[in-house]
Each structure stands twice: as C-alpha cells, then as structure tokens.
Ligand binder design. Structure first.
Ligand code: FES
Length: 116
C-alpha cells in the first residue's frame, strides 16, 4: 500500500554528504526503525530496518546495486520495492525519501495513520 505524500511527516535524517555510499544508516522515529541507504548512483532508498526472516539488522547488510543482503542469513532484498528475492519470500516496508538543501528527509505516516 502506498501512502500519499500529503499524509507523510517528513523527518530530518542526516546530511546527504555525511551519508556514506552503499552503507546503511539506522534512523529511528516514534518506534519505527529505518535503514537508509545512498546507492552508488546517488539515489536514496529507505526500508524497514528488520529482516522479515529473523530480524536481522538490514542497515548492516551488504549493498549491491539496488539490493541489500541481510547480514544474518543473506536474504536478498530489493531496496525500491522491499521485496525479498527468490528463492526466499517476504517483504519489508519502504519509505519515501527527499533531499532538500543538502538534508535527507524520510517520510513517515502521520501518527493517526500509524495508530490505525
Ligand atoms: S534474519 Fe535476515 S536472512 Fe535471516
């Protein structure tokens, strides 16, 4: 399910320059934990930080192109869609990102959306 942009709270995460290429950064906001990545292309991707298998910390995974490999058992997750790649199955939540004045923001659902 996609959340419309106007339903998001944009939370300042980190400066774009500080974010290392292909290295995850953990961002926390109101009980949610996000793995934020700056890919080799410079594109930003943000996903739920916990693997659907056994809660591996995805921000600590190895990034290859548009995928991250879970550090625990190597499941491969497509960053733009959050889908675990075959032969494994499952998915993680994805988050919108935006870059404004050199700062990376992550879009979280507003509190009333989270509560429902
Ligand atoms: S916890 Fe991620 S593959 Fe097992």
């Amino acid at each position: 399910m996609s959340v419309k942009e106007e339903q998001l709270v944009w939370v300042e995460a980190v400066s774009y320059e500080e974010l290392a290429f292909n290295t995850g950064k953990t961002i926390r906001y109101q009980g949610e934990e996000v793995a934020l990545f700056k890919l080799s292309s410079g594109k930003l991707q943000a996903i739920q930080n916990r693997c659907p298998h056994k809660d591996g910390v995805l921000a600590e995974g190895i990034v290859c192109d548009e995928h991250v490999f879970c550090p625990m058992h190597d499941r491969k997750i497509h960053l733009p869609s959050g889908l675990v790649q075959l032969p494994d199955t499952g998915c993680v939540k994805t988050y919108s990102t935006k870059l404004q004045d050199g700062i990376v923001y992550i879009g979280f659902a507003k509190a009333e959306e989270l509560a429902s």
